[in-house]
Write a protein that binds this ligand. Structure first.
Ligand code: BF8
Length: 664
């Protein structure tokens, strides 16, 4: 048995620490204690060996150089296949989410989806253009139907190119075509990877990984982008809202319903139903003061950035929310849902409710989602939760809830920087070119109980801000920063370097921008594309001083995101452990070959300080290649609030002199 860590070693989040102590007191297991009790398999992890399970002559484990599997497969082939299959699974999960949203849009446009409507007609028309859907003289319903059908067709398309590929900078599209990774159809690329990695197929590591990149591209510029764009059409394009995050958002005198998973479809209807006077009255009839909704994981990000619904936290908060004893119902849809949840819910009064036709978990109650009757289903779920309120026992809710401002869609960033009549990324490009902003980092991805919860995300974010790097975030990384207070305007005063702080002061934006859920990483692709097209920072995503980080990753979806970001020209650095460490060749291909062919690369760096050093070095290398001035933090910070603070500290007479220069 591995060493049992202290609560401080398991998480830096005070609320999590409090509930981890509570779990210890009650003798309850969590992912943290299970990770302590079970060391990661050194061969399956790719650190001290490679495991091939793609046929049943094995499983074969390779632990020394020169060793091969029963079929003769080398460590490099096995490593490439394992990576490709993980990327395909991640791409499938994201993309299938996109497909489900397309079905909901179709049903809504046909007037058959109870409770749904087209909320953003401007976005609908913009997306219609990319799909070559004529819009003149048509109703939103007709356009919505045609857009939904076009989106669905992207999944089954056999030849040609996905429609959104054309949104990328021209130079990027050429690089993809030259390397042969333009995705043809979303489902086709997933199937292609599963086929080519079957026993006895593709055995050339770079070639296998090329298939994986094409599949990841079908996620980033296909399924995930469809999920984001169609969600905006149905539920509204995000703009900043004030919200709250952490376990303290649960209420001791209201019916708490926790919404966990990834899709906004059912959760949006639960948000709507929870405001109905009949249901609120039903809750008060049971002795509660009201109905309190809180999210976990990316369902949380979806309803936080559109509706301002509070978040109970990120991936490793899911079990801890139940340990408060205050949750009447945990409602889950798809992805990142631990199987331990129903068992843990059973230790309290909590009802654990699965809702996806794809996800049923032993011990849970299943109320299946159907977009045609979503509002009725949402009402039924809320009634189940309300009925459970009188069964509540002892409650321990941490006193930690932090304000945050989520909702920075690329449309909003464009508007925020340029105003409604001259919306533009020009000010952002200018700030990078002048060196006020040294570069841009996307810190995204999961929590992983093998490393201290939120520690790497938040340390890296703080250090990057200090170095005048603008940070954009999604998924669990965004919620980690939210818990620490970095997603507020005030954070600029406390954490940002002098140049970044000037930009934040001028625009009122936080130094860390919450851009949504994990499928919303496609918003970051769009921002980078706009920056490349705006001019001054080269003409391709690969030219921009930008880096992607996933310091606490655990999911196959994270690998898919990393791969499409690298294919899009970004330098991407993952933390935790390298699943390809045992293969020097696969490590070389994903780093050097991808960089040569596509300008982007994907590397694994375990140590946070090394990750920071490499991030800043990459940004500075790109700045130098663009001929931009070397980053110098001493050049900025001589204006705005900084100047006012200095002036206010002066004696009265000198203050007047400094302010008015002798003019009275
Ligand atoms: O899709 S960051 S733990 S919740 S996989 Fe899961 Fe990872 Fe969180 Fe969102 Ni993304």
């Amino acid at each position: 048995m591995a060493k049992k860590r202290t609560v401080e070693e398991r998480s830096i989040d005070r609320a999590s620490q409090q509930l981890l102590m509570r779990a210890d007191e009650l003798g309850l297991d969590t992912a943290f204690t299970r990770a302590d009790a079970m060391a990661a398999c050194p061969i399956g992890s790719g650190v001290s060996g490679m495991c091939c399970k793609n046929c049943f002559m094995g499983p074969c484990r390779i632990t020394k150089g020169g060793q091969v599997g029963v079929c003769g497969a080398t460590v490099d082939t096995i490593a490439a296949r394992n990576m490709a299959r993980a990327i395909a699974a991640g791409s499938a999960a994201h993309s299938d989410h996109g497909r489900d949203i397309a079905f909901t849009l179709l049903a809504a446009a046909e007037g058959e989806a109870q409770g749904y409507q087209i909320r953003d007609e401007v976005k609908l028309r913009a997306v219609a253009r990319w799909f070559n859907v004529p819009t003149d003289g048509k109703t939103p319903q007709t356009i919505g139907k045609e857009v939904a059908l076009k989106a669905m067709a992207e999944f089954g398309q056999q030849k040609g190119e996905l429609a959104f590929v054309k949104r990328a900078p021209k130079k990027r599209q050429e690089a993809w075509r030259k390397y042969g990774i333009v995705p043809r159809g979303i489902d086709r690329e997933v199937v292609d990877v599963l086929h080519r990695t079957h026993m006895g197929d593709d055995q050339h590591p770079e070639h296998i990984l090329k298939g994986a990149l094409r599949c990841a591209m079908a996620d980033g510029w296909g399924g995930s982008m469809i999920a984001t764009e169609l969600s905006d059409i149905l539920f509204g394009t995000p703009s900043p809202k004030v919200g709250q995050v952490n376990l303290g958002v649960l209420k001791d005198d209201e019916v708490n319903v926790v919404l966990h998973g990834h899709e906004p479809t059912l959760s949006e209807m639960i948000v709507a139903a929870a405001q109905e006077p009949e249901l609120i009255a039903y809750a008060t009839s049971k002795g509660a003061k009201g109905i309190n909704l809180a999210g976990i994981c990316c369902t949380s990000n979806e309803i936080l950035l559109r509706q301002g619904v509070a978040s109970a936290g990120n991936f490793l908060n899911q079990e801890l929310a139940l340990i408060t004893g205050a949750v009447e119902a945990m409602v889950v849809d798809v992805q990142c849902i631990m199987q331990a949840l129903p068992g843990l819910a059973g230790k309290f009064h909590t009802k654990f409710i699965t809702t996806s036709p794809k996800v049923m978990i032993e011990g849970g109650m299943h109320i299946e989602f159907d977009e045609h009757h979503a509002l009725d289903i949402a009402r039924r779920i809320l009634r189940e939760a309300i009925d459970n309120y009188p069964n509540r026992g002892e409650v321990v809710i941490p006193d930690d809830a932090q304000d945050l401002v989520p909702g920075f869609s690329h449309e909003y960033i464009n508007y925020m920087l340029g105003g409604s009549f001259r919306a533009s990324f020009r000010p952002l490009n200018d700030a990078v070119m002048s060196g006020r902003i040294r570069g841009v980092v996307a810190d995204v991805g999961c929590n992983n109980p093998r490393v201290t919860q939120d520690k790497s995300h938040t340390w890296l974010t703080r250090e990057l801000l200090k170095n005048d790097v603008l940070v954009v975030q999604t998924g669990c990384g965004a919620l980690a920063s939210g818990k620490m207070g970095y997603l507020t305007g005030e954070a600029a005063l406390e954490y940002a370097g002098p140049g970044l702080r000037e930009v934040c002061e001028a625009t009122g934006m936080p130094p860390v921008l919450h851009m949504g859920s994990c499928v919303d990483n496609t918003r970051i692709l769009t921002v980078l594309t706009h920056m490349a097209q705006e001019g001054g920072l080269g003409d391709d995503i690969a030219d921009i001083p930008a880096v992607g980080l996933a310091p606490e990753w655990m999911s196959e979806k994270a690998l898919a995101i990393g791969a499409y970001a690298a294919a899009s020209g970004a330098c991407v650095i993952f933390g935790v452990e390298s699943p390809i460490e045992f293969s020097q060749e696969v490590t070389r291909v994903m780093d050097q070959v991808w960089e040569k062919e596509l300008g982007g690369r994907m590397v694994f760096v375990k140590d946070d300080e090394a990750m920071l050093r490499q991030t800043l070095a990459h940004i500075d290398k790109k700045r130098a290649a663009l001929g931009l001035p070397e980053y110098d933090r001493a050049r900025f910070g001589r204006s705005g609030d900084w100047r006012m603070e200095k002036i206010e500290a002066l004696p009265l007479e000198e203050r007047a002199e400094a302010l008015y220069g002798g003019v009275r």
